[in-house]
Ligand binder design. Sequence first.
Ligand code: BG6
Length: 474
Amino acid sequence: MSVKIIKFPKDFLWGSATSASQTEGAFDVDEKGESVWDHWYKLEPERFFDRRNSANDFYHNYKQDLDIAKKLNFNSLRMSIQWSRIFPKNNIVVNQKAVDYYHKVFKYANKIGLKLIITLYHFDLPMWIQKEGGLVNRLIVDYFETYAKFCVQEFKEISNWLTMCEPIVPVQAGYWYQMHWPLQASFLQSLYAILNLNLMHLNAVKEMRKIDNNNKYGVSINIEKSIPRSKSKDDVQASRNSDLLNWLCFTDTMILGKFPQDLIDLLKKNNHFPSIYFQPGDEELISDKNAKVDFLAFNYYQPSRSKSIPYLPDMNTDTITPNTHYYNDYIMPGRRMNPYRGWEVNPKELYNTLLYIKKRYNNIPVYISENGMGVSDESRFKKNGVIQDTYRINFVKEHLYWISKAIEAGCDVFGYHTWAYIDNWSWMNAYKNRYGYIELDLKTNFRNPKLSATWVSKVGKEGAFEIDLEKDFI
Ligand code: BG6
């Protein structure tokens, strides 16, 4: 028999992830300050898909949207707070209207039985911090401390906190590949940003614990464990370089309390290690037990693949990018693709990475905090008014199947959140790639369930689903 029932533990978390700037809208009401996104959109709207910056107005529709999450039988949801709402102008003056708004949202979610996991920073730096140098100015560690302490002190409704989401993304997109503001090209600055993000996180966890040690503190990291093109020494080293520069620089520091020595050696070998990097007190903070996370939120969409560089790159310049100078991306012929987004589909690699995490990080509790299938031009799949997203159902099924295998193999996986339950705005891609179980009509703002909505609500209700191992694998 190829049909199997896949069952999950009773208190397993079912839900989705969202972020404030991607859902709230209302970017210029109630004294919200500018974020880097509000600023950049004003300057160059043409850089955004369809020139759109309006998120789906959760700010005014939060009850309706939280009710939808509940109808999908979610028991949990990840959201974020916009730093630029709470501290619109500086590190001192708090915006009471924003505080009131988040209280309303959190209280309502609690009332209807949604366990919230709240992210403090999801790519949306306040512009007043960016004007002072943003991620490369060390003062950001203090600014983040003030913000994190304020939130934990104020929002007693919340007991699960993530300091940040995918810290490598603002580094890659802001300092390597020019896809996020400040659109700079500087490897040196990117290394300072990596250190400062680590310090922001560690210091915030340590300080938040002093306020409330009963809360759970974590961080969300997009781990794209690199698969080498071949077993050759050079390809394997290329993959290792990719892992070090893209995620081990965070996970080792934040979980093991050690900035990877291999990365320091690699950078030194290429004369890229800054002459002044760690400052007095940094190493103590990195190894401080109170700065360690309680759990890891693991975002998984696809693995990366790497190969060695077939030429001798000029390392003597600051405008290098890791994937041209430390490794090359490898496009494996025949890899399985999501053709509607251009990303690889590789559910088994999620299992492999979970086993790797178990071993490297002493079986730290982990939940899948983002996973999902982005589809461009999704209305082409509409029949009788409903998007027939069987591809999404199969995508989720397959990933859940491999998560269940990882649990069987002893990994401490306690939940699964997709990105995201209602189609939402996504940075430069705006509404290009749709991820939701619920379609968002951009003209009317109407939320229309897709076919997958019925399926996922059944999974949430039963904590189990049926899979046909011959037919359901996409
Ligand atoms: C995730 C981010 O990595 O990717 C989200 O955390 C983002 O913020 C999502 O929206 C999807 O990105 P895209 O480019 O496919 O719309």
